[in-house]
Every structure is written in C-alpha cells, then in structure tokens.
Design a protein around this ligand. Structure first.
Ligand code: ATP
Ligand code: MG
Length: 299
C-alpha cells in the first residue's frame, strides 16, 4: 500500500479547503479518483497519493515527514508550529506557494454589551479559542494578562454559556459573530491556504515532479485572475482605447475585413473589465466587447 517512491500529499478530507485543493490538483493535470470514506486516493496518471485527513493533522504529517506535501491554512500551520516548538518537536516545513483560497482572519470578538475600549479591556479576562498558541503570542506582544480557554468547536457560544468573556475565532464574513451577539474587536492573524513541502532531502524523481507541478499551479492561478478581452475599436481612438484596457501595453491589433475605420483588439488582461470601463469603451465607439475566462496559461 505505502510505496515510498510515490509523492504523498495531505489534503483536508472534508471542509473549507478540500474542494479547492482537490480542484487545483485536478487543474494541473493530476487525475484522481476519490472515493468517500477512504483515507487514501491514488492518482491514475501520476505517481501521487493523496492522504485525506482532518486539517489539524496536516502540519504534523508534513513536519514529521509522513507526507511530502500538504495544503493547509496558514492559521492552522502557524498554530501547530508554535505548539510543536513549545513541546520541543520538529517544526520545519518549506512554503512552496501561497494560494488564492481559504482566506479568513483570526479575530478577537467581544459581546455587544461589553464596554470594549481596545485590547486593554481584556486584561484579566477569559478568552475562548481553538488557537491558544496564536492568541497567547498576541497577548504577550501586547502585554495583556488574559487567560485562554481551549475549545475545539462552538467557540462563538462560549460567552453566552458563561465559559469565557470573549472569543478568538476565524471570521470571513462576520455573520456567525453577528448571529451570536458578538462584535469583532481585534484582528490577530490573517490567513490563506498554502502549499507546503516537508523539510529535508527529497528523492530526485519526487523533486522533479514537484518542480513540474509548481509552474502549472502558477499557470492555473494566473489564468483564474486573467481575462481574454476582444473588441472592435475605431482606428482613430486606438490610443485612448488602449489606455482603458488593463495591462495592454502591446495588444494584438488586427484589421477587420471590409472596414477600414475599425480594428479588432485582442488582449490578455491581468484583471477583468469593469462595467464602467466597458461603458467608456462604448462611448469611444467600440463594439462587440467580449470578456472571456482563460482556462490555462504558460508564459
Ligand atoms: P476538520 O474536520 O478538517 O478539522 P475544520 O472544522 O477544522 O475541519 P474548516 O471549517 O473546514 O475546518 O476550515 C478549514 C480552514 O479553512 C480553516 O483553518 C481556515 O484556514 C480556512 N477558512 C476559510 N474561511 C474560513 C471561515 N470563515 N471559518 C473558518 N475557517 C475558514
Ligand atoms: Mg480542523
């Protein structure tokens, strides 16, 4: 079952990071057959195995060298690193790429009725969190003498349950906080998903495979952020039109058969065209303005 020549990648089995991580692997050409409830999934076209686990386990699996690579949120990674350092365990890894998903922030939130006058208001208070090491580091930096209460779930109900005075939890929209009568008071850590590698020697064949994966990942990320823009523009306003198109120093300009006044412009833009810009282009006499997604890129 465990073949050490195959690259092992740890991915969250179920949760906020799993779909995007698996989609990214598929997008870079790795064919995967993922069956429910199985811990391991083999790629059918690459010497790659996925280990599908809880996200809490991923930093440790990478730092212990049980897997070669992992997709993980920076919040979880940093927390586990501090925890392992405190326990005298190996806490090394190599960050290969920051990814464009899994964005969230670890914030302190307090009950709406609390008279919060800045972080000093937490002096002597109890704060419930799943991230005690990150929180304690923050308190230390700010010279706050507060105690942390470790909870692995339902952190947001801790103040109402009388378990703590405030909480420190992950937030993306703030809807959960609002629903629980809490307000965000201080942001302590901003996080995104990252792709990491274990420290230490890597067999040549595995390293070669990783080196092939990374530019493909960059291509997928870049393509997601880019758009292919096509339009017809009046020759007379070519310079004005170009200045409205983002990232178009050297667009492709093509003649239109049977029309000497118009040209076709094609450009790969690092960002989308906003409606406002499209309206300005139209006002200059442009027509047939198309903004299209790009699937893959390699420069
Ligand atoms: P598991 O069962 O794997 O332990 P979990 O409940 O710990 O799952 P999820 O809620 O799936 O974890 O979140 C996984 C990661 O997704 C978080 O650690 C964080 O990096 C990221 N994330 C992005 N947005 C949010 C959010 N709004 N709330 C929580 N986590 C978020
Ligand atoms: Mg978890």
């Amino acid at each position: 079952m465990s073949d050490s020549s195959r690259l092992r990648i740890a991915v969250q089995k179920k949760g906020r990071l799993s779909d995007d991580s698996i989609a990214l692997l598929k997008a870079i050409g790795i064919k995967l057959q993922i069956r429910d409830r199985l811990l391991i999934a083999h790629s059918t076209n690459q010497p790659i195995d996925l280990l599908l686990v809880r996200d809490d386990d991923i930093p440790g699996l990478v730092m212990d060298g049980v897997v070669d690579l992992g997709f993980i949120g920076q919040n979880e990674l940093e927390e586990k690193m501090l925890e392992r350092q405190a326990a005298g365990k190996k806490a090394e890894y190599i960050e290969l790429r920051r990814l464009d998903y899994g964005g969230c922030r670890l914030s302190i939130a307090v009950p709406n009725e609390m008279d919060y006058q800045g972080i000093q208001s937490l002096q002597g208070k109890k704060v419930a969190t799943t991230y005690p090491f990150l929180l304690e580091r923050f308190f230390k930096e700010k010279n706050i003498n507060a105690s942390t209460v470790m909870l692995t779930g339902s952190v947001e109900v801790a103040p109402r349950a009388g378990v703590a005075d405030a909480i420190c939890d992950l937030v993306s929209t703030g809807a959960t906080l609002e629903a629980n009568g809490l307000q965000e008071a201080d942001e302590i850590f901003v996080s995104k998903a990252v792709f990491i590698q274990r420290a230490g020697e890597m067999p040549e064949a595995k390293q070669a495979l990783i080196s092939k994966m990374l530019p493909r990942m960059d291509g997928v990320t870049q393509a997601k952020e880019s758009k292919y823009i096509m339009l017809h523009a009046p020759k007379a306003y070519l310079e004005q039109v170009k200045s409205l198109l983002p990232g178009s120093e050297n667009p492709t300009v093509l003649p239109l058969s049977g029309n000497d006044n118009l040209v076709a412009i094609h450009v790969v833009s690092p960002e989308t065209l906003f409606w406002e810009t499209m309206e300005k282009l139209k006002a200059l006499g442009c027509s047939s303005i198309l903004v299209m997604p790009i699937e893959k890129m390699m420069s």
